[in-house]
Design a protein around this ligand. Sequence first.
Ligand SMILES: NC(=O)c1ccc[n+]([C@@H]2O[C@H](COP(=O)([O-])OP(=O)(O)OC[C@H]3O[C@@H](n4cnc5c(N)ncnc54)[C@H](O)[C@@H]3O)[C@@H](O)[C@H]2O)c1
Length: 170
Amino acid sequence: MKTLLVTGGAGFIGSALVRHLLSRTDRAVVNLDKLTYAGNLESLPGAEGHSRYRFERVDICDRPEVERVFREHRPDAVIHLAAESHVDRSIDGPAEFVRTNLVGTSVLLEVARGYWNELEGEAREGFRFHHVSTDEVYGDLGTGGGLFTEETPYRPSSPYSASKAGSDHL
Ligand SMILES: NC(=O)c1ccc[n+]([C@@H]2O[C@H](COP(=O)([O-])OP(=O)(O)OC[C@H]3O[C@@H](n4cnc5c(N)ncnc54)[C@H](O)[C@@H]3O)[C@@H](O)[C@H]2O)c1
């Protein structure tokens, strides 16, 4: 059975993803979440006690703990959603955004790289790290409408989008 490590699985989007994975797929799910003000395990009814679900209350900035989670659960892929995500809060206090979105993402990437380096064969070939970004990294479309594409230049306009742009580049 494939195991997915979902970070931020108690958040708004992450909890919908975990609910989907448990109800519509046969994947095992490890939900790694610090449970900040934005995380709520009540968004995951039925997850606790589910045979394919494990919860780890861990801060993505805590490298030894992130390493332990990789060692114990041996994920086949990571879907990284954990972030400080509220634009207005980032303007009032950017430090936590820099810490979680940049430092935390770099910790997760480094631990995943070390783990991946020791995988072999199909496990190594198949391993994926899926980083969840935001359209905010492209700035505003303005009044003219239109679309952003993956070729649109980055133009972050808040500490939130700057930290997400930085994590994308990492
Ligand atoms: N909500 C949106 O409209 C939107 C749009 C585009 C992209 N995104 C991106 O999608 C992802 C999820 O967004 P969301 O709206 O579900 O966010 P959210 O704020 O609702 O949830 C974030 C989750 O991450 C956890 N978390 C925060 N800091 C952590 C840390 N240091 N270690 C471990 N866990 C931590 C929180 O406890 C929470 O459960 C984010 O990466 C966000 O940038 C969101």
